[in-house]
Structures are given as structure tokens and as C-alpha cells.
Ligand binder design. Structure first.
Ligand code: 3SK
Length: 513
């Protein structure tokens, strides 16, 4: 744990410090509409804090942020934290009932929403028991004052709330495979730990970096990637509101000559599969690529490095731990493995009895570290099931080899036992992905006529290939040639796309159903 002063507000470190350190004129963020310097950002954060105060927001009250990536996001996020209120960024891809749940569950008193998302909130605004004000970023009807105008009317001076490192700083909703999303409560002190331990010590981020994240700011992954990491070192973050298609992503990398790119495996695969994209479509300055969200298949990592000349650092984090706690290191990448523990985090792989398993054996990964959430809001049962003293259950199965490298082996509930032997769906998927015709694959347990579980694969083919009956046998042989024979998929179904979470994780439970 870093030693932080007893009076600590994260906005001092991430926003105001840059002025004192003479970084005021440096570009902090570039979005689709323009850019802002560190000095302009600090002023905008103060205006946002004053605006929230003027709306009646008090310390510890929640402010729901349903915002597409733009400079308004950091302004509102840090403005809320600076006055001791609690910003709750939410996934911008959700439905009206999801937002209804989050507004009620969080008891947010103010909602700040991007104009494009307003349609999904309109039907539920009037019935909210706690919500008092709605602020709209972007275009508004003539009767409404837009966020930009409301901010202009506020003072750019603001006193920082007298919070401590242990005050609740912000929440992020975490969704499991069952039940309602859980408001994951993080402290003011949590953010700086992820910046020092992962961004500085593993990624090696520096002030001269220009970073771009395909994962949006409302995800823990994107929030660190494109907001807190660059703000920690005084670098520049590029923000993009639109969906991260391969072309939109490559354009941002090229236009801003990004030095660090953070993506997810599906996007890396999509870029590699796009015939129109070459090394020159991206940034000549790119020096680091990061992947998280789900394990990066070996083949994708190798092909990316061959094509773009930059290795991908595959890592894993969680909303509960705020960012990556297990990662490959620059210059020591082992594709197919998620790497080693990030210094400052402890890892254990345990069996069903809770005892640590031997090297080479599969178990559930537990993690302990200083950025861990304190609990889930209003959900004692799920808090107790996840947070065990200093240890947090990840629900991910891993194997640790004798060198300390961890290899992903699927979710706890996705693993399948075939003839009494554990089979990792990820291993079978990786084998399928190495086939030149396969774009994506997901493997789940499927019962045969004897009710015995065997692997079944759902496969998305690359656009230029047709799903033919003969390809099933070809793919089965391909897997059998690479893995222990019992692991090959007994059934293969070709599909147009795989069900995924907003972070790009394959929802195998949907395929099982
Ligand atoms: O999905 C991940 O691996 C991840 C990484 C960083 C932060 C948050 C998450 C969920």
C-alpha cells in the first residue's frame, strides 16, 4: 500500500497537481470535437463540481454518468469526486430497464447523460424516487440548457472536499452471469495504486505518451487505460465516442500518432482479418499494445506482432480489482499465457477445498492487492461470496507453471469435465482459432445422448469462407492434431456472431442455454 496523507482527494493528484507541476499548457485530452490542456481540464473539473453543488449534490451522494467518451466525462467524473460526491459511470450500451435498475439501486440524485442516450432514459426519468436533476451533454431541445452552457455559468475555482483515502470515491457496476449488476464501491485511494503498480511498473507509461483505448471510459479497463493512467503521468488521452470498429480505431491511432493502444482480443482479431488494414494504417509511433477482457489467443498475439511489429501485453483485471493484476511484461511476452502477477498483487490458485493447488494444476484464481473494491453496494450475499478478507475471488480458472506464468483455463462455471478430466474451453477455442478459416470460436459443455458432457464449438468463419458440412470434419481433425484427443469438439455449429458482453467477453452461458 502506498503511504497517502490522511486528508486525500484523488482529484488533487490526478487533476490539480499538474498545474503546480507546470503542465498547465500540455494537452490532457483530445476528443472528437477538440482538445483541452491540463489547465483547461482543471478549470472544467472545478466548474463541474460547482455545477453539481448548485444542483444540490452533497458529499457521498451518487451522480450517475451515462456518457459517451468525450472530455465531458473526465470533467464530470473528477468534478463529482472533488466535492466528495460519488460518480457512477455506467455502460452506455444498456437498455432502459437496466438504467431504471441502476438509478434506483444507486439512489443517484443527478444523472449526467449524453444526448444520444437520452432516448433510453426518457421513459423512466419521471418515476425515479431519488433522482432530482438531469444534465444533458451535447444537443438538447430548445427548452433545455445544455451541459456546456451550464458549465460556462459556473466559477472555475473550487475547494476540494475534505475526504480521506478511505472515502468511497466512485462505483462501477459489475455484472455476473446471474442476478442484477452489483455497484462495486471503490475508494479514493484505489486509483493511484493501479497507476503505480500496473501503468508505471509494468506498462512503463510516461509523460510523452499519447494513449488510445478501444475500451470505453465506463469500463474499469477503459477508465484506467484512457483516463487515470495518462492523468497520473501527465500524458495525453485520445477519446472517441463511436463504436470501436477496426477502421475507426486505426484512424485514431494514425491521426494522433498514438504510442500506447489498448484493445480486446476480438478487436485485434478483427483488425488482423481486415484485408484493407496494413501496418501503415496505424501509428508509426506505437510502442505498446495491451489486451485484456478475455484471454488473448496465442495465434492472434503472434500474428499481430508479425504484422505491426509491436508485441501485445496480455493481462487480466476485474471491476473489483479496478485494473490489471496479472500481466505479461514488455520483452518477456509468452503468447497463450496471461503472464505473471503484477508486483504489489498476490495471487493464489485454489481447488474446490480452498487449498492452493500444485504448479501445473487447474484451480480458481484469487487475488489480493491495494486497489480492491470494499464491497458491493446493498448486496451482502454477493459481497461475502466474492471478498474473503484480503482475497478476492475472480471466478477465473488458471494454471500456474513452475516459473510463475499463469495460463487462463476458462471461467469457473465454463469448465467442462470430459470423461472425468477437466477441459478448458479456451484451449479448444485457441486450437480452432489457429485454423486459417476461423475468425472466432466459443466452446461450451454439451450433453450427448448418454447425458455425458462433451465439448461443442460455435464457430464464426472469416467473411470469405462458406460454412460447408465438410468443414466440420476438417476442423475436428485440426483440433485433434493439436490437443489431447478427448478435447476435440464433438459438434460444430457455424454462427454469424457470438453473444458477447459489452467488454467483449463471450457469454458462454447464453450458448449453453
Ligand atoms: O476484463 C479485464 O481483464 C479487465 C481489465 C482491467 C480492468 C477491468 C477489467 C474487467
Amino acid at each position: 500500500f502506498l503511504e497517502l496523507p490522511r486528508r486525500y482527494n484523488a482529484a488533487t493528484h490526478f487533476i490539480d497537481r499538474h498545474i503546480a507541476e507546470g503542465r498547465g499548457a500540455k494537452t490532457a485530452f483530445i476528443d472528437d470535437k477538440g482538445s483541452c490542456t491540463y489547465a483547461e481540464l482543471a478549470a472544467r473539473v472545478n466548474r463541474a463540481g460547482n455545477l453539481l453543488k448548485a444542483q444540490g449534490v452533497k458529499p457521498e451522494q451518487r451522480v450517475l454518468l451515462a456518457m459517451l467518451d468525450s472530455i465531458d466525462f473526465p470533467a464530470m467524473f473528477w468534478g463529482a469526486m472533488k466535492i466528495g460526491a460519488v460518480p457512477v459511470p455506467v455502460n452506455t450500451l444498456l437498455t432502459t430497464p437496466d438504467y431504471d435498475f441502476m438509478l434506483r439501486d444507486s439512489r443517484a440524485v443527478v444523472l449526467c447523460v449524453s444526448d444520444a442516450l437520452m432516448e433510453r432514459f426518457r421513459p423512466i426519468i419521471s418515476g425515479q424516487p431519488y433522482l432530482e436533476k438531469v444534465l444533458i451533454s451535447g444537443q438538447v431541445p430548445p427548452t433545455v440548457t445544455p451541459l456546456v452552457k451550464l458549465l460556462e455559468e459556473q466559477s472555475d475555482q473550487l475547494e476540494t472536499a475534505a475526504t480521506t483515502p478511505d472515502d468511497i470515491g466512485f462505483w462501477l457496476y459489475s455484472s455476473g452471469s446471474t442476478g442484477s449488476p452489483k455497484g462495486t464501491m471503490h475508494l479514493h485511494s484505489d486509483i493511484v495504486h493501479t497507476c503505480v503498480l500496473y501503468a508505471e511498473e509494468v506498462l512503463g507509461i510516461r509523460e510523452s505518451d499519447v494513449v488510445f483505448s478501444a475500451a470505453k471510459l465506463f469500463f474499469a479497463y477503459g477508465m484506467g487505460n484512457a483516463m487515470t493512467f495518462p492523468l497520473h503521468v501527465g500524458a495525453t488521452g485520445v477519446l472517441m465516442a463511436e463504436r470501436p470498429t477496426p477502421n475507426a480505431v486505426m484512424k485514431r491511432l494514425k491521426d494522433h500518432q498514438a504510442t500506447i493502444f489498448y484493445g480486446v482480443p476480438t478487436l485485434y482479431a478483427g483488425i488482423l482479418a481486415d484485408q484493407g488494414i496494413t501496418k501503415d494504417s496505424g501509428s508509426a509511433m506505437l510502442r505498446r499494445c495491451v489486451s485484456a477482457g478475455e484471454a488473448l489467443p496465442e495465434d492472434i498475439g503472434k500474428r499481430w506482432e508479425k504484422t505491426f511489429g509491436v508485441e501485445i501485453l496480455d493481462g487480466i483485471g476485474s471491476t473489483e480489482m479496478l485494473h490489471i493484476f496479472l500481466s505479461n511484461r514488455p520483452g518477456e511476452v509468452r503468447y497463450g499465457s496471461t503472464g505473471m502477477a503484477v508486483p504489489g498483487y498476490d495471487l493464489r490458485v485454489v481447488g474446490e477445498d480452498g487449498k492452493e493447488v500444485a504448479a501445473g494444476e487447474i484451480g480458481e484464481l484469487l487475488v489480493s492487492g491495494p486497489s480492491c473494491a470494499v464491497a458491493y453496494w446493498n448486496n451482502r450475499t454477493k459481497s461475502l461470496a466474492t471478498f474473503h478478507g484480503p482475497w478476492t475471488r475472480t471466478g477465473d480458472k488458471y494454471v500456474c507453471d513452475k516459473d510463475g506464468y499463469y495460463t487462463y483455463a476458462g471461467r469457473s462455471d465454463d469448465m467442462l469435465k470430459v470423461s472425468g478430466i477437466w477441459v478448458s474451453p479456451f484451449e479448444v477455442e485457441s486450437a480452432l482459432l489457429a485454423h486459417p478459416k476461423v475468425l472466432e470460436a466459443a466452446v461450451v459443455a454439451h450433453a450427448d445422448t448418454d447425458e455425458l458432457v462433451k465439448p461443442k464449438a460455435y464457430v464464426v468463419l472469416k467473411a470469405e469462407f462458406i460454412a460447408e458440412e465438410s468443414l466440420i470434419g476438417e476442423l475436428q481433425m485440426f483440433v485433434k492434431d493439436r490437443l489431447a484427443p478427448y478435447k476435440y469438439p464433438r459438434w460444430i455449429e457455424f454462427v454469424a456472431e457470438l453473444p458477447k458482453t459489452a467488454t467483449g467477453k463471450i457469454q458462454r452461458f447464453k450458448l449453453r442455454a
